[in-house]
Design a protein. Structure first.
Length: 85
């Protein structure tokens, strides 16, 4: 599935794919917000949850850019290079 196809799905279908096919890459907690980064095929989904009640606050799907860069900065280059090999 490509990013455009995913974005054209309704919310329920997007969440079904996220839960069934998404691979959790990273997570962090900032205040009352739990941020989760998932990989699905060749794109990513960032999900923000209220850490108190676990309800979704925000969801965004993307391929690259600043949203992905903030996660890449957390890992040593050698680790990322090995993941891409």
């Amino acid at each position: 599935m490509k990013l455009g196809e995913y974005k054209n799905l309704n919310e329920k279908e997007q969440y079904t794919i996220l839960w069934n096919d998404g691979i959790l890459i990273d997570s962090c907690i900032e205040g009352n917000v739990k941020k989760l980064l998932y990989a699905i095929n060749n794109f990513y989904v960032e999900l923000w949850l209220n850490s108190i009640n676990n309800k979704v606050i925000w969801k965004l799907s993307f391929k690259q850019g600043k949203l992905l860069e903030k996660y890449l900065e957390k890992y040593p280059f050698e680790l990322l290079d090995n993941l891409n090999s």
